[in-house]
Design a protein around this ligand. Structure first.
Ligand code: ZN
Length: 207
């Protein structure tokens, strides 16, 4: 495993709240136990941005959700967890995360321009508030959300891209902004040997 990396307490706390929302209290306990994170049962990290928790712990919780459901069922559940992390982030922590929230939603701009603004803010929040180096690129058909140091490198090797929580969070961010579904895909993943995790967000909704 590569050298561990610290992240703010609140990032892991929000993941735990999201998993608990999707799996319930007992499921959450099973996940924390399965991920050898028993110390957090009934004792979530505090709501602050001190660098008190580790990337490997975040990855361990994701992996424990996957192990709980098995590889086939896990993808959808982890995407649901990701959607919940975005909703908690925007509702509870928009000031901390630097997300403009409702103000951005109401801006009189073309849809694609608003998508770009929100994705830029999410990337900035990943850099600043999650300590996860992230950048945004764009071409005619879509955006690339690129994570250069991902939590997935602290998880066991997978045969296919495994960052479903991020896919869910990005999907939900676009739904929240536009009330439309954009099919977000993780095209390349560090866990499977790529240099970065690259997510494609098309500029055209699928419905
Ligand atoms: Zn990945």
């Amino acid at each position: 495993m590569p050298d561990d990396r610290m992240m703010p307490n609140d990032a892991l706390r929000l993941l735990f709240l999201a998993i608990e929302e999707v799996m319930g209290g007992d499921g959450m306990k099973a996940v924390l136990h399965g991920g050898k994170l028993d110390r957090y049962i009934g004792n979530y990290p505090p709501k602050n941005l001190d660098f008190g928790v580790k990337f490997s712990e975040y990855g361990g919780a994701e992996q424990a959700v996957e192990d709980f459901y098995g590889p086939r069922g896990a993808k959808a559940m982890l995407q649901r967890v990701g959607r919940a992390t975005f909703n908690y982030g925007i509702k509870e922590q928009s000031a901390v995360l630097g997300l403009a929230g409702q103000a951005l939603k109401a801006m009189p701009l073309p849809l694609t321009a608003k998508m770009k603004l929100l994705l830029e803010q999410v990337a900035a929040a990943a850099n600043k508030s999650i300590n996860q180096p992230t950048r945004l690129e764009e071409d005619a058909e879509g955006f690339w959300f690129i994570v250069d140091h991902c939590i997935c490198i602290y998880r066991p090797k997978h045969a296919a891209p495994c960052c479903h929580v991020t896919v869910g969070a990005l999907t939900e961010s676009m739904r929240w902004l536009t009330d439309k579904h954009f099919t977000v895909q993780e095209v390349e993943c560090m866990n499977t040997g790529a240099a970065a995790c690259k997510y494609r967000i098309p500029k055209t909704p699928s419905e």
